[in-house]
Ligand binder design. Structure first.
Ligand SMILES: [Zn+2]
Length: 283
């Protein structure tokens, strides 16, 4: 399939709208569309699902980085002060109060994310369930014992349902295909429960992130942990990048987190079932 793309930054591509339509129709007809992972959907399910289809990596990357998904008009205004109060009232903890050494850069508080929109406003602190914070503390201890020069750089943890709702409402697509782009806010996601964490490793001194082979929110196969051997063999990622990912995975898994097959940066503290039993969705 030929797709018309233009490179906007290393590792990021967008489709022109007309080409996207054609490409999407082809993808839809391929019957495997339901297996495609999209950022907020994949980050929400916690399942080790990934395409078993014949789609090319270019198809996936192009689909995931379609910047036509959001209307150009302004996002619904979000009162950041109220949002943060809701997180605190919900009993969530600011991870940097538990772990001051950990670095935080909320990608959804910038325009450097899949949607190209700042949906967190002025929110700069990262919140999660206290139990998950304790697990992350254990992972951090494990990391420091193995690599004293490294720290965590957290991109996202709790993603309130209200933010998920904004993304859902702003998505300029028929309701029937919206779930392919954004997790349904009514069903909730592991990020909505505050039990999922997106993070990478960084040098403690400079704060510079380690090279993981792709950036956050890169949704081609090069970001798939369960395709690392294949990506390594084809030269898409290097031994060093895989080694860096392994450090992150090992310390997170040692603390009780589980990863998913399609995003090296995403870790769940609990399954969807357990999260639903233990916690309420954060509004
Ligand atoms: Zn995630």
């Amino acid at each position: 399939m030929k797709l018309s793309m233009k490179r906007i930054s290393p590792g990021r591509m967008i489709l022109k709208p007309a080409s996207f339509h054609m490409a999407f129709e082809k993808l839809r007809k391929a019957k495997f569309i339901c297996l495609l992972l999209f950022p907020l959907l994949a980050c929400s399910s916690g399942k080790k699902e990934h395409p078993e289809d014949k789609l090319t990596e270019a198809d996936l990357v192009a689909k995931h980085h379609d910047t036509t998904v959001l209307e150009a008009h302004t996002m619904a205004a979000l009162d950041t002060g109220k949002l943060e109060k809701r997180l605190i009232d919900a009993g969530l903890v600011n991870i940097q109060e538990l772990l001051p050494e950990v670095k935080v850069a909320l990608k959804y508080s910038t325009e450097d994310n899949f949607f190209g929109k700042d949906v967190y406003g002025e929110l700069s602190r990262c919140y999660m369930q206290p139990e998950v914070g304790e697990m992350l503390k254990n992972a951090y201890r494990e990391l420091k014992s193995r690599h004293p020069d490294l720290t965590f750089l957290v991109y996202d943890a709790v993603r309130p349902q209200s933010v998920q709702q904004i993304l859902w409402d702003e998505l300029d697509k028929p309701d029937s295909i919206k779930p392919l782009y954004v997790a349904d806010p009514q069903k909730g996601s592991l990020h909505n429960f505050g039990v999922a964490v997106d993070l990478t490793l960084a040098y403690a001194g400079s704060g510079e992130p380690l090279d993981m082979g792709t950036g956050y929110d890169f949704f081609g196969y090069a970001a798939y942990p369960d395709r690392e051997e294949e990506m390594l063999a084809s030269g898409k990622i290097s031994e060093e990048q895989v080694a860096n990912r392994k450090i992150l995975r090992e310390v997170m898994l040692a603390a009780g987190f589980s990863g998913i097959g399609s995003e090296w940066w995403h870790f769940n503290a609990y399954s969807r079932k357990v999260a639903g039993e233990k916690f309420d969705i954060v509004k």
